[in-house]
Design a protein around this ligand. Structure first.
Ligand code: NAP
Length: 293
């Protein structure tokens, strides 16, 4: 149980509802900022403005998955009010107050480190990233179906990157009958790709591997699908870029060449907010329990 734990949830999307549900079910006391348009009430959760938070009493500050904007702006789908997260807010919390977000950015990292606060980036954890790959892959399948006029089955599909998302993308599309090639830079990845029955290639050879592809799915957060690579692709190729913004594709060149290239951020929150929220809520609960012991 989380009896006695006080946490503020500041902004977010539908995923935070699962966090609120789980934390209140475990008897935590929650303060909800940026939820004034949320109709649903939760026993143990109180809506309020940022200025009214009892900052000195908080054990945790839970920010949206995205953390904040580059200037501290907090996104919320449950309010029209502008909310800004500042270092000053953190300075007023007690030393043991922990900040949680999915990812971070230079602004947020500077705030938490200047205020000397523990900052847990949930999406940097392997468990969260692997669970989160499940709705990400389902969203990717949805996008490929929506934006092509051919089946996944028998299509030639290239996956770039063989991390937590790339691995699941490759396996799932292969299970749907696609001819999957995977590009990686590490020899152990090349070995595993081979072992799993996909066609491996080193990323240095990417330009030579795209001449007869139908779909290219990128998971590498670095400029990888360059103009040189795009110019070798057939014109009907669909590029789905899953990597975090700004993605790894030269979108301007793709557009110039008439190749459809889509940056697809935040798929779990779009296609399965409830599951994606539960993934966050489960890990968050465990971390809060560990911290309170
Ligand atoms: P990951 O486990 O760290 O995998 C990243 C992969 O990219 C690894 O294979 C890594 O290779 C490779 N890589 C990174 N930088 C590279 C470079 N400069 N050159 C060549 N290869 C490089 O990350 P992940 O969890 O799979 O996530 C992948 C991306 O998807 C991230 O940007 C993440 O934020 C994003 N994501 C998006 C969604 C969505 O809805 N669109 C959902 C979840 C995650 P090495 O192992 O050799 O370093």
């Amino acid at each position: 149980m989380l009896t006695g734990i006080k946490a503020a949830i500041i902004g977010g999307d539908a995923r935070q509802l699962e966090v609120i549900r789980k934390l209140t079910a475990l008897n935590a006391s929650l303060y909800l900022v940026g939820f004034d348009q949320l109709d649903h009430g939760f026993t143990g959760a109180t809506k309020m403005d940022l200025d009214d938070l009892p900052l000195g009493e908080l054990d945790a500050l839970i920010l949206p998955v995205s953390g904040s904007g580059p200037g501290g702006e907090i996104d919320t789908i449950f309010s029209n009010k502008k909310i800004y997260f500042t270092e000053d807010i953190l300075q007023k919390t007690k030393q043991s107050c922990t900040v949680f977000s999915g990812i971070t950015n230079p602004y947020l990292t500077k705030c938490t480190s200047n205020a000397n606060k523990k900052h847990i980036k949930l999406f940097e954890r392997d468990d969260v990233a692997i669970y989160n790959a499940i709705p990400t892959v389902e969203g990717t399948i949805m996008m490929v179906i929506q934006h092509t006029d051919f089946t996944i089955h028998q299509s030639n599909l290239v996956v770039l990157g063989f991390g937590r998302v790339g691995f699941s993308v490759a396996r799932t599309f292969a299970n749907l009958g696609a001819n999957v090639s995977v590009g990686a830079r590490r020899s152990e990845h090349i070995a595993r790709i081979t072992e799993m029955g996909f066609k491996p290639f080193y990323l240095d050879d990417l330009e030579n591997e795209v001449e007869s592809i139908d779909v290219c799915i990128n998971t590498i957060p670095a400029p990888i699908i360059t103009s040189n690579v795009i110019s070798k692709m057939p014109s009907h190729t669909l590029i789905i870029d899953l990597a975090s913004k700004p993605g790894g594709t030269d979108f301007r060149f793709a557009e110039k060449r008439g190749i459809k290239a889509l940056l697809a951020p935040g798929l779990p929150g779009i296609v399965a907010p409830k599951t994606a929220g539960k993934i966050i809520a489960n890990v968050l609960t465990q971390l809060l329990m560990d911290e309170s012991n």
